[in-house]
Design a binder for this molecule. Structure first.
Ligand SMILES: C[S@@+](CC[C@H](N)C(=O)[O-])C[C@H]1O[C@@H](n2cnc3c(N)ncnc32)[C@H](O)[C@@H]1O
Length: 393
């Protein structure tokens, strides 16, 4: 198929050209498979799942628990999907999570978490240990993420905040359980502690919460605005803590030692590497694409936001921890340029080789150690990945 004959608006083709991107990746749209992840524990059900969706599941040789199937096969109505045994996640996204090198017991920060496929995979890898703090600036998207966690029974070790990832500064949960002042709750019953999370708050509790909020505000131990906790699992460490404890800020000097073990900055971007996302604009309208993706002011603002997200994620990382920066854009401006700028401002940041990547079907990025997945070479969605660690001062 001729690139000129692609059903892409001129503005988008120009955007690709200006950014030195080969428009022919959009020809491969229909040949990039659909990827699913089978939840650990359900590997033995693969044959059964294949029978049900009437399609063979091919194992992705380079990524455990991932399978691929033809792009036109729908999984949403299948029993396996409804029962939470499988979920859709592109293999390149799986690679970004794998690059983090999650270990049991890690305390992980996912700075742009919604709609939550990577968050689910992080929680699966942690199993019954550690904690994940997921945040997103869009409340409705994070609410969908919460629904996903509940559907896949993965929310026990997770807390979700509606928050701006470029400013977020709350302490990982592991450092909070010992910070309680003895007798604090006995001496003042008005200080509320978090009970088990429920979506329905009984009237009495709502009233009590309003009173406590007024009291807390008067004690200046509660943020007037800022992160809003919209979900916490029963083993997330939140239950039993006061609001002051949960909203404790991690200062710079403490972050070195008590910061998060792993940070994922899967930053907001123009999504131009995600063919499936771009194809949706055929239905949403190409003018929407021009407004949401191509507007020059927006793309400039995006690079600034990406740098801010990366910088703040790094602030919250402990020394020796790992941070993965990823975007599903293929432009240099949103990837290598952001990484370069960030490194020039953060002398304690080191780019790391991604050890797990030795057999991944990706290319090197424009900066050594960074990686690029793209539809033509990887048969995945497009994704840029860079991994950093923090040195001691
Ligand atoms: C690429 S998506 C993240 C995808 C997600 N990691 C996943 O695997 O499903 C980027 C997300 O960043 C969020 N976002 C945009 N600006 C943000 C900000 N300042 N702070 C936190 N999240 C932000 C968007 O709402 C969007 O959900």
């Amino acid at each position: 198929m001729d690139v000129e004959a692609l059903p892409l608006p001129d503005a988008f083709v120009n955007f690709l050209k200006e950014n030195g991107l080969d428009p022919s990746i959009y020809i491969s749209g229909d040949s990039v498979p659909r990827y699913i992840r089978v939840k650990p524990g359900f590997e033995g059900h693969v044959e059964e799942i294949a029978d049900e969706i009437k399609c063979k599941l091919h194992r992705v040789s380079w990524l455990p628990n991932f399978y691929y199937l033809p792009p036109e096969v729908r999984i949403a109505s299948s029993k396996a999907y409804k029962e939470g045994k499988i979920y859709g996640i592109d293999a390149a996204s799986g690679a970004a999570v794998t690059a983090l090198g999650i270990h049991p017991g890690d305390h992980v920060l996912d700075l742009c978490a919604a709609p939550g496929a990577k968050l689910c995979m992080i929680l699966e890898l942690l199993g019954n240990s550690g904690s994940v703090t997921g945040l997103d600036i869009a409340k409705h998207r994070l609410a969908a993420c919460r629904t996903l966690l509940q559907k896949y029974s993965l929310g026990d070790h997770c807390r979700l905040f509606v928050a701006d990832g470029s400013k977020f500064s709350l302490t990982p949960i592991r450092n909070l359980s010992n910070s309680r002042i003895d007798g604090e709750y006995n001496s003042d019953k008005r200080i509320e502690v978090y009970q088990g999370w429920t979506s329905r708050i009984p009237y009495k509790e709502r009233k009590r919460a309003i009173k406590a909020k007024e009291y807390n505000a008067s004690q200046l131990d509660s943020p007037a605005e800022g992160p809003e906790l919209i979900y916490y699992g029963r083993h997330s460490g939140v239950v039993g803590l006061s609001k002051r404890e949960v909203y404790q800020v991690l200062n710079q000097s403490d972050a070195i030692k008590y910061g998060y073990d792993k940070v994922l900055v899967d930053a907001e971007c123009t999504h131009d590497g995600s063919i499936k996302h771009i194809q949706k604009f055929e239905q949403w309208g190409w003018t929407t694409l021009e407004r949401r993706v191509l507007d020059a002011d927006r793309t400039n603002d995006l690079s600034i936001l990406q740098l801010q997200l990366l910088t703040n994620g790094f602030k919250l990382l402990k020394v020796g921890g790992s941070l993965v920066y990823s975007t599903c854009s293929l432009t240099v401006a949103q990837n290598e340029d952001v990484v370069q700028h960030f490194l020039s401002q953060n002398p304690t940041a080191d780019l790391l080789d991604i050890d797990a990547a030795s057999n991944w079907p990706c290319k090197l990025g424009g900066i050594p150690k960074t990686l690029r997945f793209d539809p033509l070479t990887s048969s995945t969605s497009g994704l840029f990945i860079a991994k950093f660690t923090k040195q001691g001062i």
